[in-house]
Write a protein that binds this ligand. Structure first.
Ligand SMILES: Cc1cc2nc3c(=O)[nH]c(=O)nc-3n(C[C@H](O)[C@H](O)[C@H](O)COP(=O)(O)OP(=O)(O)OC[C@H]3O[C@@H](n4cnc5c(N)ncnc54)[C@H](O)[C@@H]3O)c2cc1C
Length: 457
């Protein structure tokens, strides 16, 4: 049934010829780029989106938190996502230094069966979003890679691209009023400006992952289940610390994603074969995980890795550009915030660009406001996900003011997440300093977090 439910009627404006001028150019068709393009196309702007790959194509990061629906509702894509039939995710079970915590989204008011967390195949999810955006009137050009942006003309920046459609190689340029960089890890503009910075040179993580067939999964009932039960018992995302870092286990409809986040020194100098061996041996040693994977087989050739975790750009907005999603900053994905952060950034920047077109004289003010919003969110995510070093470069006032604006349940969920590992001391301190919780950590944990003795097999 995968994919069949989503027969979207495409209202394609002009898919063959790349224009020489438009209102907004968006770089990248991930969740950040495609949602800003949709929001602007829906508002009537002439948007051109360049995506260097042809979709669908594999992408890691399969756990989606229920906050997503707020943004997909605004764009109107929620029904198409639901119709795809992705697996639901009921929360997380986290083993950290031998303590096992369970967080259920339902304990934080996320009870609407239409708005659950999800485990998604990212290639299908991305393609679904991109096709929806095409249907909304955005001009999407796949297999067109942006090289650089020429900002010489302050009113009309020029975006240089290489068009590789149909196996060709054609250089071109398009002028626009605004450029939104949603190019993810490639961070086209940040690299061009030499503004991309690692959060810490010493603690530089990387991700290494692969896919298994027939793994058991952990259900919300704290039991292990065979994969065919994944619609009958809601899965949780299973996370465990281990001697070199942490590991995720995310069941999907036809496979299970298992990955390590480790300091890059751990696999320095290893070739691909040795890396794969390290991945497989590491997961096979970890309690619970080894039992979940006992009946499973590794899908040959599925190993991938991503260096340079936890970086940010020192410049995320300019007179006529914005860097959003991973193109602006990337945070260790332990609490699955990346996709929602991308949606959040996209909504913020779509608002700023619309407002700037409507009132040109205030465009600097709008871009400053958007920058502040994005920095707030980024600072918050970083303090939640990283250890002590995560505070470097984060403005605590911005983070506190954002947390004050959070709905109560969202703040409680963040607080609960912060108590499942030993990484979020800064955030907890800030929550206390902001006077947001009158709590003693243990009381709070007893109400909202369960401590388990194990998973039943
Ligand atoms: C190992 C790992 C695990 C993760 N797990 C999770 C998770 O479980 N949950 C979660 O929410 N997040 C997770 N994330 C984070 C999440 O994947 C990202 O935060 C999210 O994808 C950001 O979306 P984006 O649109 O900014 O970038 P991307 O999704 O990376 O999209 C960028 C797009 O830009 C395109 N592009 C790049 N360069 C160019 C160019 N020059 N011209 C045109 N197009 C270009 C790329 O092809 C790509 O399609 C994880 C990340 C990693 C690395």
């Amino acid at each position: 049934m995968q994919g069949e439910a989503n027969e979207l009627k495409l209202r394609v404006k002009n898919r063959n010829t790349i224009p020489t001028q438009c209102d907004v150019v968006v770089i990248g068709g991930g969740p950040a780029g495609s949602s800003v393009a949709t929001a602007l196309a829906q508002a009537g702007f002439d948007v051109v989106l360049f995506e260097k790959e042809r979709f669908p194509r594999p992408q890691v990061g399969e756990s989606i938190i229920p906050h997503m629906w707020r943004y997909t509702d605004m764009l109107g894509v929620s029904d198409a996502i639901r119709a795809e039939g992705f697996l639901a995710k009921a929360g997380g079970i986290i083993v950290w230094d031998d303590i096992i915590h369970q967080m259920r989204f339902s304990s934080f008011g996320y009870n609407d069966p239409d708005r659950v967390g999800l485990h998604v195949e990212r290639d299908i999810f991305y393609n679904l979003l991109l096709q929806f955006y095409v249907a909304c009137g955005a001009n999407v050009f796949e297999e067109v890679a942006v090289g650089k942006v020429d900002f010489t003309d302050n009113q009309w920046p020029k975006v240089d691209y290489v068009d590789r459609r149909g196996g060709g190689f054609q250089r071109g340029a398009i002028a626009c009023r605004y450029v939104v960089d949603g190019s993810g890890h490639a961070a086209v503009i940040a690299r061009q400006l030499n503004a991309r910075k690692l959060v810490s040179e010493e603690v530089n993580y990387l991700g290494i992952w692969g896919y298994y067939k027939n793994s058991y999964f952990v259900g919300v009932d704290q039991r292990a289940h065979p994969p065919e039960d994944a619609y009958a018992v809601k899965p949780v995302t299973f996370v465990t610390s281990f001697e070199d870092g942490w590991i995720w286990h995310i069941i999907l409809r036809e496979s299970t994603s298992v990955g390590l986040v480790i300091n890059r020194g751990q696999i320095k100098g290893m070739g691909r074969e040795a890396q794969e061996q390290y991945l497989r041996e590491s997961v096979a040693k970890v309690p619970i995980l080894q039992d979940l994977l006992a009946p499973a087989t590794f899908i040959e050739g599925s190993m991938c890795f991503r260096p340079d975790y936890s970086y940010y750009s020192q410049t995320i907005v300019g007179d006529n550009f914005y860097c959003i999603g991973d193109a602006g900053a990337f945070v260790d994905p332990i609490f699955s915030q990346g996709v929602v952060a991308a949606f959040y950034n996209a909504a913020t920047v779509a608002w700023a660009i619309k407002a700037s077109f409507e009132n040109e004289s205030r465009r600097t003010r709008y871009s400053q406001l958007a920058e502040r919003q994005m920095l707030q969110y980024y600072g918050f995510s970083r303090l939640l996900a990283l250890g002590d070093f995560g505070g470097e470069g984060v403005d605590p006032h911005l983070v506190k003011s954002m947390m004050r604006a959070f709905p109560r349940n969202e703040l409680e969920l963040a607080m609960a997440a912060s108590m499942t590992t030993n990484r979020s001391h800064y955030l907890q301190r800030m929550i206390r300093e902001a006077g947001l919780f009158d709590y003693s950590g243990e009381d709070f944990a007893q109400g909202k977090l369960e401590v388990l003795t194990g998973v039943t097999f």
